[in-house]
Every structure is written in C-alpha cells, then in structure tokens.
Design a protein around this ligand. Sequence first.
Ligand code: ATP
Ligand code: MG
Length: 445
Amino acid sequence: MIIQLPENVKYIIDRLQTDGYEAYAVGGCVRDALLGRTPDDWDITTSAKPQQVKALFPHTIDTGIVHGTVTVMLRKTGYEVTTYRIDGIYEDGRHPKSVQYTPKLTEDLKRRDFTMNAMAYNERDGLVDIFDGERDLKAGMIRCVGEPEERFAEDALRMLRAVRFAAQLGFEIDERTRQAITKQAGLLAKVSAERIQLELVKLLISPHPEKMEDLYRLGLSAVVLPEWNAMMETPQNTPHHCFSVGEHTLEVLKRVRQDRVLRLSALFHDVAKPECRTTDEKGRDHFYGHPQVGEKRTREIMHRLKFDHATTEAVCRLVKGHDVNPEPDARCVRRTVQRLGVDCFPEMFELKYADLLGQSDYRREEKLRRLEQYRMLYEQIMERKDCLTRKELAVNGRDLLDLGVSSGRQIGEILDRLLQLVVDDPEKNTKEYLLGYTLENLFIR
Ligand code: ATP
Ligand code: MG
C-alpha cells in the first residue's frame, strides 16, 4: 500500500530520520489517504522529544508542548509533530492526568481511539497497522482499539466521535463497540459542552446527518440532547405527516445543504412540537405555536452547548420563521421578509423546501406552488432593491435631528414607523415624502 505523502511531510519525516529518530504520518491523514480522500491536515508522530524536534527546524510553535506537540512551520503551513506518548489515566473521563513519552510507536498507536485512526505510515516502513485498521476501513467498520468499555471510560467523548465518524464516512459501528456505548452513554455527562458541540456539528454537517438516529438509539442524546429523544418519541397524527417528529427531522436534515446554520436549523425547526402537541376530539394532532416556542428552546439548547451568539441567532430566526407562509402578494412578502429579518433569506427557502418535502404528500402540489410564489416574490423584491431595513430608508437619524427631533428613542420610533410605511409602499421612499410625512403625522413640535 503506497500513500503519496506531500513534499513537506516527506521533508519533516526525512529530517527526523536523518538524525536517527523514527517518524511517521499518523491518524486521520493516513485514514483519509487510504480512503482516497485529501486529508485536511497531516499529523506526524515521532520518537524525538519536543526539544529535539525544535532543534531540527528553524520555525516551530509550542502549540501543545505539555502534550508533546510542536508545530513545525514550513513556509505558511503548520504540521503538528507529536512525540510518541502513552496517555495517563483519564481521572475525570475528560483529560489524561498526565502524558508519558515512550520510545515505542506501538504504544502511541494503542492510545488512539479507533482502529482506522491508529495507523502510521512512512516510505521506509510502509503502513504500520497493528490493529487491522485497513481491514476495518475496507469493511466500513468503526471499532475501538482495545477494550471498548475501558476506552470509553478513559474518555467518554469517544462515544460521540464514533457516531460522528460513522456519519462522515457512511460507516457502521462495530457491535461490541455499540454495546459498550449503550452501556456507558451516561459518562458523556462529564464531557465539556464545547467538545460535545464540536462533535455534534461535525455529525450534522456530514454526508449522513441521519446518523442522528444513532445518537438516540445508543442512548447518547438522552444525556446531551434530551430534546432529541422527545422528538424521536413524538408521533404526528395529522394528514400533513407520515413520520414522527424525529423521523421527519431526519428527512429534513438530509435535504438541506451541508451548512452549519442550515443543518442546525433543520435539527431544531420542530424542537418544540413535543411540548406544543394537542390532540383534538377527532384524534388529530396540532402543534400550535411551535415555531415561537421552538425559537426559545433552540436558544436555550444552543446556549447550553456554548454556541456563539451569531450562530445561535441565525438558527433561531430560521426556526421562528420556518412555518410562516405569507399571502402571495408583494406587500405581504415584503412585510414578512422585513419582520423575519432579511438576513435569514434565502436560506429560509432552503429550509422550507426541505421541510415540505419531508412531509407526507398531502396537498404537496398546492404547498409547493405557494412556496414557489413566495420565493419568486422575494426574488423580485431583491431585484428591485425594495427598502427592507432602516439603513435603506431615504432619511436617516441625522435628517430627523435637523428637523428638530432630539431624543434618540423618538428618532428610533420614527424611523421604524417610516420603515413600515415604505415596506408597504416602496414608492414612498423619498426624502421629500418621508420628511413631509414625519412633520405632518409623527413629530409634533
Ligand atoms: P478530523 O481531523 O477529520 O476530525 P482526525 O481523525 O484527524 O479527524 P483528530 O481529532 O484531528 O481526528 O485527532 C487526530 C488523531 O488523534 C485521531 O486520528 C486519533 O488517532 C487521535 N485522537 C483524537 N482524539 C482522540 C481521543 N479522544 N481518544 C483517542 N485518540 C484520539
Ligand atoms: Mg485531524
């Protein structure tokens, strides 16, 4: 098996070997190269100690020196070079308490999570694959290195990583590894929200976001995203749906682009359906108010998982607006786009199409036609550059100050009133008209 190493990687390995050290490309890059994918980054593992690595290369950065990692800079690119190590005990199921260097490559490979991630390669020795990683890779199997239960007890995040890799590669998780996850899922409670968020996002933006179902089946979401369990367990007895809330969500996830905000909004668009569900006397389910409550829940969940503010707000706007269907005329669409926020378009349409196609085919033609009208009117509005924000108004705060309006609060109120006026009738967006209107109706000296 031959892997084409990039020139820089060859250079680093050569340089280390010339001085009598061992060095290999290792982990994710070897896995990806064997799969015929281009690795994002190439990690190198070596018998040299960090100080010895630093002595050989003119430009290095002490990225993770306590864990034995030095970043070697070759022109503008960084390569992480890590000394062979054995991880100490993961006392809290989170961090190894200590790391210990070892002269043996095999010891370093043993500490790695899955067989497919525990292979090393250089040109001198070829592939070093002591756990049959290549076989598992061919079989599309994710399997722990060593005893799964022990490995998950050391670091519970590995359970989530197993599902994430399954989603990225379209693989299955080996039966014994699955069983260990089911048994130990509870340990995930000890892992930090930041680490969970990173893995959850990787899973969501992968080619197989429907592996979210595994999160439920394996008992992992019960610990980190109980809202997802509620969704998986909420039926929808309505002609609009043929799936549970969770199954419908899986359909929507598959149908939106591999984009962070879109996939998160697909995941959360119906998050409040379980709590908003009512059943009428005919036995039919309704979910009144679920977009508004959903916005609130989404904000709570994303806050809990320590998402940044901008992402959270972008997702919340999509959740809130996903079920809004304005009358098909330009004025109603302008009002809607302005109210929901022009920034969440055109993504809103992508979410709405996916949502619709993930429903039963009850009235599908009619719904699609309606959505198409909404989208076409939106596009015309954008082409005409109709005013939808305060910024685009023909008057600004300065103009109102000149008119004699003095308080900031009043200026804000007037601009909002003018914006409503102009959103209803774009031809009114002239300075002359708006100042006149202000003097006559909004501002009494
Ligand atoms: P990607 O970069 O696509 O997320 P990767 O396999 O490179 O995938 P990283 O998180 O970058 O994953 O880790 C690099 C390597 O370090 C892995 O391939 C694996 O060998 C090892 N590794 C990472 N995290 C763990 C962990 N929690 N437990 C054991 N080994 C790990
Ligand atoms: Mg990596």
